[in-house]
Structure formats: structure tokens, C-alpha cells
Design a protein around this ligand. Sequence first.
Ligand SMILES: *Cc1c(COP(=O)(O)O)cnc(C)c1O
Length: 358
Amino acid sequence: MTIDLRSDTVTRPTAAMREVMLRAEVGDDVFGDDPTVKALQTRLADALGFEAALFMPTGTQSNLCALLAHCQRGDEYIVGQLAHTYRYEGGGAAVLGSIQPQPLAQAADGTMALADIAAAIKPDDPHFARTRLLCLENTWNGHPMPQAWLQAATDLARQHGLAAHLDGARVFNAAAHLAGSGGDVWAAAREIVRPFDSVSVCLSKGLGAPVGSVLCGSAALIKQAHRVRKMVGGGMRQVGVLAAAGLHALDHHVNRLADDHALAQRLASGLQGVPGISVRSAQTNIVFVDVADGRGADLLAHLAGQGILATGLIGLRFVTHLDVDAAGIDRTVAAVREFFAAPASAALTASAVSRAPY
Ligand SMILES: *Cc1c(COP(=O)(O)O)cnc(C)c1O
């Protein structure tokens, strides 16, 4: 059995999830006729404290619709240099919205200096783009963003008349960490998103749905995002079959995120002390492992040869999720230890990755 730790996006819908998808009541959602989509939207908007929500096929489209709803042509948004919306979404806001990004350097914890944010907000002057929005991300590299900083940064944005959007692809992972064992994950999630005008949440990652994100915001913002979603081809029809998966995920997979976090801890502690690697501590479901002497590619190949998949090169990334268990993590730990116990071999190269049996 393959142990796929490349991402939490690789989960397959559970039997119970497939069952609710099969039975979902549907209608044409472009006509507003799909009751299951409406139920999902209302459910998440209410639970997170927003007026309205919109079901989206992907997190990328959800962020894009948010950016285009907040900003007009010639406007600007402030964003981290390494943030997903800036770096990993094809430059969509600029390409499709004529929105200029103003990327800022980030510290290792994902934060930007408040002074840098303040300095990047342009005065009302025809020389400048109009700075309209601050866009943040949570979790960051598997860590929940510091809540006090989120509050301070969004306060600063608000003082300057900017709106604030949260790319909360894994916001429930952040919430599960903050809630702690036995804590109320939903209350923690509400607390995290409170300072924001909008939030995008992925259902297709740790929550285990096959597809889908939800954008939450004010009724006016969601109305505008709805227009943009149609424009970029995201108007879907009997999509209640997918919304049903999302509802099931909210009912059954939010409180179990702590299990993924415990598995990440198990992996991190299992790898502690292995010479040649250093493990960056895991607070949620992502473990980064720095590999010395350029042996990252060979390690990946060694793992792939045993049906264990991860990503990265110098910094390897292992992501836990619904479809991995403690036995899989223990096998991974053993395989990594075995690799570093053997002397470096010239025969095993990165090309072995493509010949791996998966
Ligand atoms: C995955 C992810 C997205 C985009 O989601 P897709 O569904 O893959 O388009 C956006 N932001 C962050 C932080 C993500 O991890």
C-alpha cells in the first residue's frame, strides 16, 4: 500500500462521504436551485460569522474571486512574497483583474513587519495604484499564524481603509491546533477569521472532500464574487453532489484533524536525532525535514522505492491526512532511518523516483 504524504489533497472520499454524495438533493446551481449547495454555503457562513458564502471549485478560484471582488482594475493588494495568492496562483489577480500585487518580505513564521505594511500603503495620489486590500494566509508552512499579529495587521489595514482577506485553505488545521485537545475547533476558527472581511476555506485538503472551497464574506462582497465566478467559468450546475461531500466533511472531518496533527508529531519525533536531517517542528499536519549534503532527491527515491511518497528537494515535506495511519508513519520513520544508516550510494539517483511502483 502506498503511503502518500505528498499532500492532504490526495485523500479519497470515504465510503460514508460517497454515500451522502449519492443521495444528495441537487438542482441547477446557476439558477440558484441546488439545495445542498445552499445548505453548505449557509452552514459555513453562519458557523464562521459571515453574512454569506459561495461554493467554489478550487481554492485558487475562491481567492481569485475574492481579490476581484475586493479590488478594481488599477487597485493594489498587499501580500506576502511567498503567499499562495501571489506566488502559486498563476498571477491571476494581475492577469485577470488588473490588480497590482505589492508583495512584502515575510519572516519565517509568515508574518510581515507592520512597518513594512504601513510603508507599502500608497497615499491617494495619481502616481500610485490604489491600495485596497491586505491578503494574509493561515496556516503558514504548517504553522498557525500568530493571532495577535493577525489582529494587529488587520487593524492597521482597517485604519488605512483597506479590506482584509484570509486565504484560509487550512484554517481548520490552525483552529484545531489553537483549540487544543478537547477544545472547540469551530469556536477557534471563528476567532481566527473574525478580523477579516472575507475568508477562503478549502474542503479538498485535510477535510477530505474530493473538490471544493468556500468563500465567506458580506452579502455585498459575495454578490460581487458570484459575478466574477461566472466570468471565470465557475458557475456549476447539479453541484450538490460535491457540496454534499463538503457538508459531510464539516460534520465528520473537522474534529478529527487533531488525529492528523498527532500523526505529524509522531513522524517528527520519530525522525528526531537522525544524523543528516533536521526536523522542523510540526504544529499541524505538515512536517518539513531539511536534508544535508544534497541527499534529498536520493532520500525521496529511496522512499518511493518502498511506496512512500513525499515532496521537496532540500526541505522535504510530509503531509498527514485521512488516508494515512500510525503504521504508515512508522514505516516512513523506519525507511528514513534505514536510508541514513546506509552509506551514501551513487547508484541510487533521483531518476528512481519515476520508476517507483505507484
Ligand atoms: C491549496 C491552497 C490554495 C489553492 O487551492 P486549490 O484548490 O489547489 O486551487 C490556496 N492557498 C493555499 C494556502 C493553499 O494551500
